[in-house]
Write a protein that binds this ligand. Structure first.
Ligand SMILES: O=C(O)[C@H](O)[C@@H](O)[C@H](O)[C@H](O)COP(=O)(O)O
Length: 258
């Protein structure tokens, strides 16, 4: 596949969390509707951290077709699904337990493999291959939407500054045993997957993200993990942030079209 340069990221900054979460929900529903119109389903990958709770405005939102959703995890902590650290556990608690999404369309890690990280990552990769590679002969999975968070060190997914996984150029799903953010054992989608998505959106709030957001958005040469998210054309990157997180960034803002 010939790769075109990435589109410039679109930064949407909201005065408060409520506005931000309402816009985020509208954005997700638009992506969903476009995907369903095109191919009858919506493929989505979700992060952990604050993201699952930040999707709460989707509950009861007009136009959500939960039965068409196919949900994967951007990264997952290698713990049982009912462990408080589990990203699936968090998504289940904040969202999926409250909406009619078919359980079989939420793709969790295989918890019989918790003691074998390599097999666990391979198994999750096989789930992606089943979803994406079987139907069209695409070389990479093309998610309709990938939702990311960013840590104050610039990490995203379980891709941490200076870590060897930043250069993973082969696997779609990789494992990490020494994550600096606990818990240490995780699996993560790699840039091969993230940068082939149709849309990628970061959600970042609060003043503890000010400096890192400036570093990522204002320096086109930044090689921080979050700055390496550059979806290939025609993929588009969005940043949904609040004014507290955006306070130091000079990057141009785009008003959200309701
Ligand atoms: O499983 C994880 O730990 C996440 O996927 C991670 O990449 C997260 O998105 C960031 O650390 C931001 O977390 P917050 O949104 O909570 O700041």
């Amino acid at each position: 596949m010939a790769h075109h340069p990435p589109n410039a990221p679109i930064l949407i900054s909201s005065p408060d969390t409520d506005t931000l979460l309402g816009q985020l929900a509208t954005f997700v529903v638009r992506a969903q509707t476009e995907a369903i119109d095109k191919k009858g389903k919506f493929t989505l990958a979700l992060s952990g951290g604050s993201l699952p709770a930040n999707l709460r405005r989707l509950i009861g939102h007009d136009g959500v077709k939960w039965e068409k959703w196919h949900v994967y995890y951007v990264d997952e902590r290698v713990v049982p699904l009912d462990n408080p650290d589990s990203n699936h556990g968090s998504c289940h608690k904040h969202l999926f337990s409250q909406v009619p999404i078919p359980e079989s369309q939420v793709y969790t890690i295989d918890t019989t493999l918790l003691d074998n990280l390599e097999e666990l990552a391979d198994d999750y990769e096989t789930k992606l291959i089943r979803e994406f590679a079987a139907k069209d002969s695409a070389r990479y999975p093309v998610f309709d939407l990938i939702l990311l968070g960013m840590g104050p060190d610039g990490h995203t997914a379980s891709l941490f500054p200076g870590h060897e996984l930043l250069n993973e150029n082969d696997r779609w799903v990789a494992y990490i045993e020494n994550s600096p953010k606990p818990p240490p054992k995780r699996i993560t989608l790699t840039y091969l997957v993230i940068n082939h998505a149709a849309r990628v959106a970061f959600v970042a709030t609060g003043k503890e993200k000010q400096d890192i957001l400036k570093a990522v958005l204002d320096d086109p040469a930044s090689d921080l993990p979050a700055a390496r998210v550059k979806p290939y054309y025609p993929g588009q990157l969005y940043w949904f942030v609040d004014d507290a997180a955006a306070a130091k960034a000079e990057y141009v803002r785009t008003p959200f079209q309701m």
